[in-house]
Design a protein around this ligand. Structure first.
Ligand code: SF4
Length: 360
């Protein structure tokens, strides 16, 4: 990312992925299966990969999970990050298992010798480390030093963690500063980006469930990404992590930072709508869900704004009274009864994809 101050972050290698600098913003998620259940975890990783996730984090709470990690890493279609707290032996086991990155908090690993041991193993295996602070678990010392200012305490915490790693000559560091408060997250990341050039992993922590969490994340991440701040993102949502990946791409697509699959626009409907638009939108979303191409699809309720918007789309529907028009790139293709609209749209979508993307 190139922030508005023109300063790019340094590049960090995470397995085969390059993060930071002018590389695209990477979409991450985290499994919520029991890591000890290898099949369930791999199954979720496959679903995440299909949705476009590029890096997956897995919690490693005990040795049994660390053991399972070996099989997970070996069979995962995505590079795996191990999330470790407190026990440095778990971090060493995760490195041995072949993870590409560790998420640790050096402050809760214990003695500096233990942190050193992890860092040296990470160096030897070319494993990156993400450090970071969460506003919910700040060190009392940092809070006191910052006079109770949460954002400043977050910065102090992150800076201390960075110093612990850089003191060992380690620089493959990604940093996160997360709060469940959107403004605190934005301020902390902004101030961090002004002082340091380590890549930033963005997230609004404990954002919430479904649309509420997605909105909170979109506001926080959207502000930062639009200023060129942020190299990887996770949209934290309660529930199926596949939704996190879908929400992450909607944010990145809205900011023209990444392309993945169609952008679908639909009108909110009003008293002019004489067609069951919600059903049509759901059906179009379903049709588009497996499409990897950057198409612009529109589903509009009536002839007032409908044809205009639909005609600007690659493919669109403009509803009428119990019927609808299908447009392609500004041209009316066909007029269909409401009950036939989706099957007709599906046909036209298929032809459009073949002609535009799959000709050879
Ligand atoms: S496109 Fe038509 S139905 Fe949809 S909100 Fe606009 S005026 Fe209402």
């Amino acid at each position: 990312m190139v922030p508005i101050n023109g300063k790019t972050t340094r590049e960090v290698k995470i397995g085969k992925l390059m993060v930071g600098g002018e590389n695209p913003v990477i979409v991450q998620s985290m499994t919520n299966t029991d890591t000890r259940d290898v099949e369930a975890t791999l199954g979720q990783i496959r679903r995440l990969a299909k949705a476009g996730c590029e890096l997956v984090r897995v919690a490693v709470p005990d040795q049994e999970a660390a053991k399972a990690l070996e099989k997970i890493v070996k069979n995962s279609s995505l590079p795996v990050v191990a999330d470790i707290h407190f026990d440095y032996r778990l971090a060493l086991a995760a490195i041995e298992a072949g993870v590409v990155k560790l998420r640790i908090n050096p402050g809760n690993i214990g003695s500096s010798e233990r942190v050193q041991t992890i860092v040296h193993a990470a160096q030897a295996h070319k494993v990156a480390i993400r450090v970071g602070v969460n506003a919910g678990s700040l060190h009392r010392r940092h809070l006191e030093q910052a006079g109770g200012d949460i954002v400043q305490a977050m910065l102090l915490g992150a800076e201390e963690q960075i110093r612990l790693l850089t003191a060992e000559g380690f620089d493959q560091i990604v940093v996160s500063l997360k709060s469940s408060d959107v403004i605190q997250t934005v301020q902390a990341c902004r101030q961090f980006a002004a002082r340091w050039d380590f890549p930033l992993h963005l997230g609004v922590t404990e954002a919430g469930a479904s649309w509420r969490g997605a909105i909170r994340s979109a506001v926080g991440l959207g502000i930062l990404l639009n200023q060129g701040i942020g190299d990887t993102i996770r949209v934290s949502l309660t529930g199926d992590p596949v939704k996190e990946v879908m929400a992450a791409y909607e944010i990145l697509k809205a900011l023209h930072l990444r392309e993945r699959g169609p952008v679908i626009i639909s009108c909110p409907t009003c008293g002019r709508c004489q067609i069951e638009l919600e059903k049509l939108v759901e059906a179009v979303e379903e049709l588009a869900s497996g499409v990897p191409y950057p198409l612009h699809l529109a589903v509009m309720g009536c002839v007032v704004n409908g044809p205009g918007e639909a005609s600007r789309a690659d493919l669109g529907i403009a509803g009428g009274k119990g019927e609808g028009l299908i447009f392609r790139e500004g041209r009316i293709l066909r007029k269909e009864k409401e009950e036939n609209l989706i099957s007709a749209f599906k046909e036209e979508l298929g032809s459009l994809i073949t002609e535009k993307f799959e000709k050879d």
